[in-house]
Every structure is written in structure tokens, then in C-alpha cells.
Design a protein around this ligand. Structure first.
Ligand code: CS2
Ligand code: MN
Length: 355
């Protein structure tokens, strides 16, 4: 199995490549150019530089999370073609550098949403949590202030300030965009980029929406098995697939994660594995990766990946803040390292029992 860790680059991450290199079994990182602006084409020299930095540390870049998608593409504005052209240029740069995996999402306006970034768990650790009652009372325009208030001063991935300064305008622009239109716009985007992806064998792995239901009246489509199957079948290409994020899909207890994994054999290019606890309908708290700490059966999840012959990279996903570590919420070193080792332990047992 290929175990990786997400790394936000030396200017944004409290975790160093040297530390990542010392987590048993971790072979590489998933990263991005965090100072690139959404919609811009990436420069070859920037990709070469980050690649060198990672390789000099004894690691490898296994994929990009994310090359973000400009809202004009999601809304389907005429200007989308210009942004798609830039996206293709970025893919070409990545392809030439031998980077063959891109994780992206198609969530309007906001990326992941939480009501608290430092919810205290019974063991005194803190985690990201979601409470629909709190979200229902928040003015979406103020969402950034709410979520940023306990971000430890870090820029949060997917909550880049330049995009959030246009919130009012963005909400206006999404008026009239329902699930069907969003699907159509996703299909248009994928159809346009697939020839380039096929040329360079770049796997496009869409990340599920988090939480897996509509938030603030904005449509969300990558939320369940039915929609994901529709998405992968709507553009027929070996490069069109998904990131199976157990935690994002698992936010909805109705999603049977092992069953979803089995139904997507050959279409999962990247795996995010984490646990969470469902505390009440529409409410959850993230947890340690261990099955016993949350509501999900991590053995059953890893077994499903094993049974479909999954060969892409895994990464632990959000971790708890433990042992007084100060980091970007969800992305400290300690709990993710524990998660990475635990998941490899499950895998080793499954693999040996299978022989
Ligand atoms: C989230 C997302 O799953 C996650 O870790 O933090 O920000 C995710 O990286 C994006 O939705 C992928 O595009
Ligand atoms: Mn994820």
C-alpha cells in the first residue's frame, strides 16, 4: 500500500518534510501550490521547485490536492472556457513532471464546512465538528469569521481569503444553479479536460462534498453512491474517478462506505480514511482514526479497499489536536501519524490473512 500525508508547503504548514519522512511507512506527500490563485495556470518552475524540495527530503509527490476549480466553471459562465484553458495548462505542467493524480472538488463557494474547529472530546483532545442547528443560525456571509476564529492563525485549506472576500457576489451568481445545472457544468469541465488527462495519464479524483448534504441553500452533488456513480459514468474515461473520502461521505450515516467502495472498483484513485462520531441527526464530531473512537468500522473500510485491489495512495485525513500541538486545525502531525500507522496495521493484517 502507498501511505502518504498531506503537506501544505514550508510557508503554510507547521509540519516539516523531515518529520513526515520519519512516520513509519509514509512514502510521500500530497500537496499543492498553496500560493497559486484559483483560476491561474501553474508555472513549470514552481512545480519543479516543490518536486525537488520533496524529493530532496527523501519523499515523493503522489498527487496534488487540490487544483481548485474557479467558480465561473461551476456556475457555467462564458468565462469558464478561459479558466478551463488555464486548468489544462496546469495539467500539462503536472503531466510533464510525472505527477499523475489530481484531487479536486466541485462544491459551490465553500469547501468543507464545520461549526467548530476546536470541539473538546472526552479525552481532552480537540476536533473539527459540525452541528446543523448552529449552521442554520449563521449568516453564510459571516461564515468565514466564525470558522477563522479558532484556526490558530493558519490559512484554512479551501477557505482562501481572496475567494471569501467576494461571498455576497458569489451567492448572487449561484442563484438558479441547482443540482442538475451543477452536474451539467461538471460534465462540461470533465469533457474538456479528459483528452489532456488521457495524454499524460493524470487521474482526476473528485473529492466528495463535506458534509454530504446541501449547506446554506447551495447545491451539493457528490454526496452519495447514486450521484457518484452517475458522475463517473457521465464522462467515460479511465482518468475520470473519485477520491474516496470516508469521513466526508461518512458524515451522512446513510452512506454505507464499504458498499460504496465496492461499487466503485477501478474508479477510486485516492483514499482519505478517517473516522467520526455521529452524535445526533445532522451532528458529528471528528474522532481518532481507530474504529473504537468513532462510529465507523475502519476494518470494514480497509477490507473493502483491499478486496477491490485498490493500488492508489492512501492518506489519513483530519486528525485531532493532541499533546498540545498547535497546527492548522485537522492537520497536525501527531494524530495523523497515529492514523497512518493504524491504517497500515489494519492493511498488514488483512493482507496476511488473505494469503
Ligand atoms: C478537506 C478538503 O478532505 C479534506 O481534507 O480538507 O479541503 C479537501 O481537501 C478538498 O475538498 C479537496 O478538493
Ligand atoms: Mn477528505
Amino acid at each position: 500500500m502507498i501511505m502518504t500525508l498531506r503537506w501544505f508547503g514550508k510557508n503554510f504548514d507547521s509540519v516539516t518534510l523531515k518529520q513526515i519522512r520519519q512516520i513509519p511507512g509514509v512514502k510521500g506527500v500530497i500537496t499543492t501550490l498553496y500560493d497559486s490563485k484559483v483560476g491561474d495556470a501553474w508555472k513549470e518552475e514552481d512545480v519543479k521547485a516543490i518536486k525537488k524540495e520533496v524529493e530532496d527530503a527523501g519523499l515523493k509527490i503522489y498527487g496534488i490536492e487540490s487544483v481548485n476549480i474557479h467558480d465561473d466553471i461551476k456556475i457555467g459562465l462564458p468565462s469558464r472556457d478561459k479558466y478551463i484553458e488555464n486548468y489544462i495548462k496546469t495539467l500539462e505542467v503536472l503531466g510533464k513532471e510525472g505527477i499523475n493524480l489530481v484531487c479536486y472538488n466541485f462544491m459551490p463557494v465553500f469547501d468543507w464546512t464545520r461549526s467548530d474547529l476546536a470541539k473538546v472530546r472526552p479525552d481532552g483532545s480537540t476536533v473539527l465538528s459540525y452541528d446543523q442547528d448552529i449552521i442554520d443560525k449563521i449568516d453564510p456571509q459571516k461564515m468565514f469569521e466564525q470558522i477563522d476564529s479558532n484556526s490558530n492563525g493558519f490559512v484554512l485549506p479551501g477557505w482562501e481569503p481572496e475567494r471569501l472576500s467576494r461571498l455576497k457576489e458569489l451567492f448572487e451568481m449561484y442563484k438558479g444553479i441547482d443540482d442538475e445545472k451543477l452536474f451539467e457544468n461538471l460534465k462540461y469541465f470533465l469533457t474538456a479536460i479528459m483528452p489532456t488527462c488521457e495524454k499524460y495519464n493524470i487521474k482526476m479524483a473528485i473529492h466528495p462534498d463535506d458534509p454530504a448534504w446541501p449547506v446554506f441553500g447551495l447545491p451539493r452533488i457528490i454526496v452519495n453512491k447514486e450521484n457518484i456513480l452517475r458522475m463517473v459514468n457521465s464522462v467515460n474515461s479511465p482518468c475520470n474517478g473519485i477520491t474516496l473520502c470516508a469521513g466526508s461521505l461518512g458524515s451522512n450515516p446513510k452512506n454505507d462506505i464499504p458498499d460504496i467502495i465496492r461499487s466503485l472498483k477501478g474508479k477510486i484513485f485516492f483514499a482519505h480514511v478517517r473516522n467520526l462520531e455521529h452524535t445526533a441527526p445532522g451532528k458529528f464530531q471528528e474522532a481518532a482514526h481507530l474504529s473504537s473512537d468513532g462510529s465507523m468500522d475502519m476494518f470494514a473500510i480497509m477490507k473493502a479497499f483491499y478486496d477491490i485491489g485498490f493500488e492508489g495512495p492512501f492518506r489519513p485525513d483530519h486528525g485531532r489536536a493532541i499533546w498540545d500541538e498547535v497546527s492548522m486545525p485537522g492537520y497536525g502531525l501527531y494524530d495523523r501519524a497515529l492514523g497512518a500507522v493504524y491504517l497500515q496495521g489494519l492493511w498488514e493484517a488483512i493482507e496476511k490473512m488473505g494469503k
